[in-house]
Write a protein that binds this ligand. Structure first.
Ligand code: 25A
Ligand code: L14
Length: 337
C-alpha cells in the first residue's frame, strides 16, 4: 500500500525508451507531487543524463537494493525486465505500475484504466498492471456504452503506429521512408517486412490458434478490465506506417437498440472521450488529430444496418499517452488520493 505523503520518490524504469520518456513528460506536465525522481535503464544507458523539470538526472542501472526508499515505480522496459524486477521492487516496499504484458492476466494483479475500474486498485498487492495500448483506448469507449446497453460482442480491427514497439521502430520507419524516396536499398531489422509504404497484419508473435498475441491481449484484457466475462471480443491487429496514435474500427452489438444520437450523447458525457464526428464537414478523428492529446477521439458513428442492435465507430488515441504513460500516471494519481 502507498503511504500518503506531500511528495513522493518516483522511479521510471526504462526511462530512455519511447514510453519512459513520455512518462517523465507526463509526470512533469501534470505536476505529480515528486520529492525526487530516479531514472533507470539498461547498463548501456548508465550515467547518461536526462532532463526532468529543468534538472539533469543521471540514469542508473537496476540492482537488488536500488528500490529502497522509492514510493512508486513506473516500469516500461519490456516484459522480461518486469518479470524479474517488479517483484523485487514491490518487496522493497514500493508500488509498481507496470506497462508490460507480464503481469496483466495474473489474478493477483489488478489491471486498471481509471475511467473504467479504479475500484480494482483497492486490492493490489504491490504490482498494478497497465493494459495494452489498443485495449485502453477501446475500453474507455466501451464502458459508458456497456453501462447503458450491455455489449454482447465487439469486432475490432486496429491500425497501430510503430511507436508502440519503441524507439528502434520509429527510427526504422524514418530510415526506410528516407531510403525509399532516395531510391536506396531498404533494410529491415525490427519488423519481418518493410513498414514504410506498407501494412503488416501482424503485431507481437503468432500463437497456436492463428491469432497474434496482441489480438488475444485485446480479447482477454477487455474482459478483465470491464469485469465481465460474457463480452465476446474478436480482433485483427494491424501495423501501419504511422509514428504515433493507434486507430481502431469498432463494431459493437448491444442487447438493446441505441441510435447514433444516443451513442453521441453517452460518449459526449464520458470521461477521457471526445466525440469528433461531423461527416458533413469532413470531421473525423485521425492520428494527426489525437497526437500529444490525452483523450480518445470518436467519430464515424453509424448504425450497423446488417444487424438488429449494432453500432460502428472509428476511434483514435495517442498510444504513448493514454495507451501507456498517461494511464500509468493516472493510476499513480488515484493511489495518492
Ligand atoms: O516485452 P514487451 O512488454 O512486449 O515490450 C517490448 C518493448 O516494448 C516497449 C519497450 O520499448 C519495451 O522494451 N513497450 C513496452 N510496453 C509498451 C507499451 N505499453 C511498450 N511500448 C508501448 N506501449 P522501448 O524501446 O520504448 O523501451 C525500452 C526501454 O527498456 C530499457 N531497457 C532495456 N533493457 C533493460 C532496460 N532497462 C533496465 N534494465 C534492462 N536490462 C531500455 O533502455 C529502454 O529504456 P536502454 O538503455 O536499453 O535503451 C537505450 C537506447 O538503446 C537503444 N537500444 C535498445 N536495444 C538496443 C539498442 N541499441 C543497440 N542495441 C540494442 N540491442 C534504444 O533504442 C534506446 O534508445
Ligand atoms: O503493451 O506495438 O503489450 O509492438 C506490445 C507490442 C504494446 C505495443 C503491449 C507494439 C504491446 C507493442
Amino acid at each position: 500500500m502507498l503511504n500518503k505523503k506531500k511528495a513522493y520518490v518516483v522511479a521510471v524504469v526504462g526511462a530512455t525508451g519511447a514510453v519512459g520518456q513520455e512518462m517523465m513528460l507526463t509526470l512533469e506536465q501534470r505536476k505529480f507531487p515528486i520529492e525526487k525522481i530516479r531514472l533507470f535503464a539498461s547498463e548501456r544507458s548508465e550515467g547518461k543524463e536526462l532532463e526532468f523539470a529543468g534538472q539533469k538526472i543521471k540514469v542508473e542501472r537496476l540492482t537488488d537494493d536500488c528500490f529502497k526508499g522509492i514510493d512508486i515505480a513506473l516500469f516500461s522496459a519490456g516484459a522480461e525486465r518486469s518479470r524479474i524486477w517488479a517483484p523485487i521492487a514491490s518487496k522493497s516496499g514500493c508500488v509498481v505500475i507496470d506497462n508490460s504484458s507480464q503481469w496483466r492476466m495474473d489474478p493477483e494483479v489488478p489491471l486498471v484504466v481509471p475511467e473504467v475500474n479504479s475500484n480494482d486498485l483497492s486490492w493490489h498487492k504491490g504490482i498494478i498492471a497497465n493494459p495494452n495500448c489498443s485495449t485502453i483506448q477501446m475500453v474507455v469507449v466501451l464502458k459508458p456504452i456497456h453501462d447503458v446497453a450491455k455489449i454482447k460482442r465487439v469486432v475490432v480491427t486496429t491500425f497501430q503506429s510503430v511507436s508502440g514497439t519503441g524507439m528502434k521502430a520509429m527510427d526504422e520507419l524514418m530510415q526506410q521512408t528516407s531510403d525509399m524516396l532516395n531510391f536506396k536499398e531498404i533494410k529491415t531489422n525490427v519488423y519481418p517486412y518493410q513498414i514504410a509504404f506498407n501494412v503488416l497484419p501482424h503485431i507481437d508473435k503468432f500463437l497456436e490458434n492463428g491469432y497474434t498475441k496482441e489480438e488475444m491481449k485485446m480479447v482477454n484484457e477487455t474482459k478483465k478490465i470491464m469485469g465481465d466475462d460474457t463480452i465476446r471480443v474478436t480482433a485483427t491487429t494491424v501495423r501501419v506506417p504511422v509514428f504515433r496514435c493507434h486507430s481502431e474500427s469498432l463494431n459493437i452489438e448491444t442487447d438493446k437498440k441505441l441510435s447514433v444520437i444516443d451513442v453521441r450523447e453517452i460518449l459526449s458525457l464520458a470521461k477521457g472521450v471526445i466525440v469528433y464526428d461531423a461527416p458533413d464537414k469532413n470531421i473525423y478523428p485521425m492520428p494527426i488529430t489525437a497526437v500529444d492529446k490525452d483523450d480518445t477521439y470518436v467519430g464515424r458513428i453509424r448504425e450497423d444496418e446488417s444487424i438488429e442492435n449494432g453500432i460502428n465507430m472509428w476511434i483514435v488515441s495517442d498510444n504513448l499517452r493514454k495507451g501507456a504513460a498517461l494511464n500509468a500516471v493516472q493510476i499513480a494519481e488515484e493511489l495518492t488520493k
